[in-house]
Design a protein around this ligand. Sequence first.
Ligand code: URA
Length: 553
Amino acid sequence: MESMPIDPGAAAIRSVVLAGATDFAGFRVACRTLWAEQVEPSRVDWHTAEDPEGDLFADPAGRRGDVGSMRPATSSGAVVESSPLRIPPRLMSAIESAALHRDPGRFALLYRLVWRMQTEPHLRDDALDADVVHVQQMAQAVRRDMHKMKAFVRFRTVEEDARLGPTQALDRDISESLATYDANAAAEVEAEAELAESEGPAAPHADGPLHVAWFEPEHHVVEATAPFFVRRFTAMRWAILTPERSVEWDGSRLVLGPGARRDQAPPADAGERLWLTYYESIFNPARLKVAMMKREMPVRYWKNLPEAPLIGGLVAHANERSARMVDRPATDPSPRHAVAPVTARETRSATGGAAPTGIDTLAAALDRCRECPIGEHATQAVPGEGGTKPRLMFVGEQPGDVEDLRGRPFVGPAGQLFDRALKQLGIDRRDTWVTNAVKHFKFELRGKRRIHKTPAQQEAAACLHWLESEIDLVDPGAIVALGATAARQLMGTAVAVTRQRGQWLRRSDGRRVLITLHPSALLRMEAEHRDTAWEAWLADLRHAADAMREPPA
Ligand code: URA
């Protein structure tokens, strides 16, 4: 942050140049300095180093100084001791979000509000004050933009040599001018890496393919949203390109680079075609609500969504497809599922209701998934199953040997233990949804026996979007993570299961996740510990039983 009077003689207008559009730390320092010197909001011009043209009066030389290394200083150059500024925490968080709004007048508005908070004590309780309302609205717009970025970023896998498509230049730009990402994000990543280490090997997969996405946020949200992608796709190498910023994760380090052009993002690839086929197949014409769809998926994001070109055609033919769906007789089980004596459909018919929208088609698309090598060797994908509108979703690790053959989750030895626990807790399995973090069985052949192998982090990451789609479709009130793989998949970061079991964690989408052991962990225990472990497990699961009985939110 750089702060200087425009006209030293008059010392009337102060020009503050922040290091960048997202320099909130600099803004805080500037606020403290300006308040300490009692510089009224009307006497401050705010700028960012990237956008100095906005200021018609400030000294250009001053604006291009070493902004990153500035300390809060008075106009005479003396460093100012920070003066206490009082802001209610609720408003502080709104100010922090609003600072990322694209409105160039945001810093002036925010400083005015900070100033008024000190000089007009009644403002704390005035939720209808015009400045307060304006800041809250800006904060909301920014949070919404962050949410949209999380929802609408679509990665495409690129070949190493063709890394960022035709230009190549961007790749060079990124590696040459990338600045290490903000200290907060780095600290967060380090903390996660530390935890992951203590949980066992979670080495970065720097050799995996690079996944690149193009996104056009409305506000300055790239840095603030990047940690979400780190947590979600820790084991993947990825880059998100936007017109203002690029951010890249190499499996262990998050780096920030310059903006990019849309044509520097890679073209569609096979992975995207698979996603399009899936999107087309889960589109339920009978559930079509165009207005709601536009609200949730605003048209401005469509141009960068690979599935968007399908929407027009799907909407246009919705009535016709819907009528065909109603007329169509029930389909026979596919030949691959012929080995499964009990199918998911039978479970659902036992509940007397249809499956949630798109779940059947999700299951069919799952079976064709080859986004990691596991699917090639398994008998079939094992989709989730359960009742309609389940209050609770249980997520295991991956199907076992029996599940792989029967095509249903938790029907082998671990499933029997799981069923026993549900019974003891008075939970009807048909009122829940039971599924796995990874949808195919990973095993190693020893003679004729197929021995369970834990899925690698990269394999779980490849499977993540299936689970997330399933959560969206099933929309459970709460989720139970059975074991470390499920917990990591659901929370996007390693969870210390033995330490956090029995606790509810909150996902970034707001859903609650109860952490507990996988039933196989109990099966593996020495006989003398089993009874105690069983009781402790039931105690964990009792929280889930209680949540199921709570009135719906
Ligand atoms: N273990 C799991 O995690 N899931 C199953 O479906 C079976 C065993």
